[in-house]
Design a protein around this ligand. Structure first.
Ligand code: F6P
Length: 532
């Protein structure tokens, strides 16, 4: 299947896709779901290429795998688990069974408990020793941090609860800075860890407990745990009434819809959080029912596959023209790269094509004044994904928003059109002549023909935000199925954890570095000489 696609690419790769772009193509190469529109007309995918790409989905059984995911089959085969983050937002759906038992009553009961707790925090009915909660500190890392941290920023216009802080790094600079800004008597600490064993999180949680115990008598009363490990949360001293549990069929990077989203719920309130879930649920329904040719997650996935596995473009830039989505690229880095950054297929064979792309990005327009130079004139092609809202939340400054939108549209146009030598010459013909004109003009040439997609939506409300994140989750799912890998394990993070544990006594000086590699010994010597 890859051979046909690569042959098709070879046949069309010299074509300038701008020449195909009339209004018919613009309509044909875009699709909508709910409030969201995906435009992928500014790519070199034509009708034949799209048919081949969509056929990949049929050949690799994406529909059957999708249905297996939604119905609780153990599609995470290397860990023998179901993959059911979709159950966390199945507000109006029917039963979802895992091993013959409906998980929905527990899911809905936990959501209701979260809502009650959150509203008590927000109203002041639940208070700290010093009174109403003013600050919430979420301690977690990876999926137990990136989702809610990104979400609280994304939902800033709806944030009317206590201040929320996020501590993830084991670097003491992270927690020290956050705790310095909080009063322990009015702070709620949320320890978010699926396993409740992650060394960074547990170390930071102990630091927070020590900090709070200097001023607060009953420290446990101001701690909450979000975890699948009830035994470990009890051991840490957190009362079961403030433990919000979930099951191992919720992957860390897919977990912001349930208890891991508690800090987001505290920030925006129960109703807005439910709207966020409903947006995701709407995208689930769309993903399950829309034809592939109209299916946003499927289309986004095949565009990604075309660029990465077929054209060989190794990275993807995510460029939100929506400042509140400033942490979306970081969130997507975990979602995409921890899910699809694997070299082995489900059956243990080597992957026949490259694994998922390197994902990176920054909000526009900031990126324009930093790395867009490379995107426009560098020798590598970087497919870009633009996100833009029709309206922001600052109605009084709508003229600025319009400028933002114009910049977003201009960038995808510039990437596509480029500027040829003739035009570049005409730009500087009044300043230079002869060889110098040629030299100066060449520096001003833009190759163009650089692909991008644009996701547009009316405004980043909680509902739209839910749609957007679920869209990305399902896109990663489709890409993973087509690549034939398991998007739901993460063995690649284990080796570093093991070696860090082994090196800790060496760094502390209680164990000799003898037997380690020369480079590590040299670095330990240097750091010890300087006081580590
Ligand atoms: O090390 C990777 C990882 O396991 C992620 O997959 C996960 O999101 C993160 O660590 C945090 O894990 P936990 O929620 O168990 O603390």
């Amino acid at each position: 299947m890859w051979t046909t696609l690569k042959a098709h690419h070879a046949a069309v790769s010299d074509r300038r896709f701008e020449t195909m772009l009339d209004t018919g193509r613009a309509a044909d190469f875009s699709a909508t779901a709910g409030y969201m529109r995906l435009d992928y007309a500014k790519t070199n995918i034509d009708a034949e290429g799209r048919a081949l790409l969509l056929d990949l989905l049929n050949q690799t059984g994406v529909a059957a795998k999708r249905d297996a995911m939604f119905t609780g089959d153990p599609i995470n085969e290397t860990e023998g688990r179901a993959v059911l983050h979709t159950a966390l937002r199945n507000l109006d759906g029917g039963p979802v069974e895992v091993d013959g038992a409906d998980v929905m009553p527990d899911v809905l009961a936990t959501l209701a408990r979260m809502g009650e707790f959150v509203e008590a925090v927000r109203s002041g009915a639940y208070a700290g020793q010093g009174g109403r909660i003013t600050d919430v500190v979420n301690i977690g890392i990876g999926g137990s941090d990136l989702g809610p941290a990104m979400g609280v920023l994304a939902m800033a216009p709806y944030h009317d609860g206590p201040r929320c802080h996020f501590v993830s790094n084991v670097d003491p600079a992270d927690i020290a800075q956050v705790l310095r800004s909080c009063d322990p008597t009015t702070t709620l600490v949320i320890v978010a860890s699926k396993t409740f064993t992650t060394i960074e999180t547990m170390t930071n949680a102990r630091t927070a407990r020590a900090w709070m115990s200097q001023k607060v008598t009953n420290v446990g009363a101001q701690f909450v745990a979000l975890s699948t490990a009830a035994d470990k949360t009890a051991e840490f001293g957190i009362d079961p009434s403030r433990v919000f549990g979930f099951e191992d069929w919720v992957g860390g990077r897919y977990s912001m819809w349930g208890p891991i989203g508690l800090s987001l719920m505290v920030a925006i309130g129960r109703d807005a959080f439910h709207a966020f879930l409903r947006g995701a649920q709407a995208m689930d329904v769309h993903f399950r029912n829309a034809e592939w040719s109209e299916n946003l997650p499927a289309l986004l996935a095949v565009v990604g596959i075309w660029h990465n596995q077929v054209c060989g473009y190794t990275t993807r830039a995510v460029l939100p023209y929506d400042n509140n989505l400033s942490r979306l690229p970081a969130y997507l880095q975990q979602l995409e790269m921890e899910s699809n950054g694997k070299g082995v297929s489900m059956d243990g064979a080597d992957l026949p094509v490259p694994s998922g792309p390197v994902v990176w990005g920054e909000p526009g327009t900031n990126g324009q004044h930093a790395f867009y130079q490379l995107i426009h004139q560098g020798t590598r092609v970087v497919p870009c994904e633009f996100l833009v809202a029709a309206r922001g939340h600052e109605d009084a400054l709508h003229h600025q928003h319009q400028l933002l939108v114009a910049n977003c549209l201009a960038q995808s146009q510039a990437l596509m059109k480029g500027r040829d030598l003739d035009e570049a010459r005409s730009k500087v013909a009044d300043k230079f002549e002869g060889d110098e004109l040629e030299r100066q003009a060449r520096h001003r040439v833009f190759p163009g023909n650089r692909p991008s997609v644009t996701l547009a939506y009316p405004r980043l409300t909680p509902f739209v935000f839910g749609q957007l994140i679920a869209l990305y989750e399902h896109r990663v799912f489709v890409e993973g199925v087509v690549l034939g890998l398991n998007s739901y394990d993460q063995w690649g993070v284990e080796l570093g954890k093991e070696l860090a544990t082994a090196l800790q006594p060496v760094v502390e000086g209680t164990q000799s570095a003898a037997g380690k590699d020369g480079s590590t010994v040299g670095l330990v010597d240097f750091l010890q000489a300087h006081g580590v």
